[in-house]
Design a protein around this ligand. Structure first.
Ligand SMILES: [Zn+2]
Ligand SMILES: [Zn+2]
Length: 116
C-alpha cells in the first residue's frame, strides 16, 4: 500500500505524476515522481478545466512557491462519518500538465491491454 501525496488515502497502486520539485531540481533536473490516487488525478484534471485561483503559499504536489496556484478539491479520508471531508489543495500549472501526461499514459496502457 502507498499513500496518496494529496489526500493521504492508502491505495495498492497510485498514479505516478512527474513533477518539477524546486527543492531537488539540482539532483533531479528532469523531475521527480509523486504518487496520487485515481480520485485525486481526476480531481486535478477537473480543476484544470475549471480553474479557480487559490491564494496559497506553495503547490501541494511539487512544492514550488511564488507561482499562480489553482484550487483542487480532494476528499481526505477521516475516521468518522461521513468518512471523508473535502479539502482544498493548491496546484500549479506545471503539475496540471503532469497530471494530463499521467492520464494519457494510463489510457495508452489500457489500450495495450485491450489489444493483447
Ligand atoms: Zn488522493
Ligand atoms: Zn506543482
Amino acid at each position: 500500500m502507498a499513500d496518496c501525496e494529496l489526500c493521504g488515502a492508502a491505495r495498492p497502486t497510485l498514479c505516478p505524476v512527474k513533477v518539477q520539485d524546486p527543492r531537488v531540481k539540482s539532483a533531479y533536473p528532469t523531475g521527480t515522481w509523486r504518487g496520487i490516487n485515481e480520485e485525486c488525478l481526476e480531481a486535478c484534471l477537473q480543476a484544470n478545466l475549471n480553474r479557480v485561483s487559490l491564494d496559497a503559499k506553495k503547490c501541494d504536489l511539487c512544492g514550488i512557491k511564488k507561482v499562480a496556484l489553482y484550487q483542487v478539491k480532494v476528499q481526505v479520508p477521516i475516521f468518522q462519518e461521513p468518512y471523508h471531508r473535502e479539502v482544498n489543495k493548491a496546484l500549479c500549472e506545471s503539475c496540471f500538465e503532469a497530471c494530463k501526461d499521467t492520464k494519457k499514459r494510463r489510457e495508452a496502457e489500457k489500450e495495450e491491454v485491450h489489444h493483447h
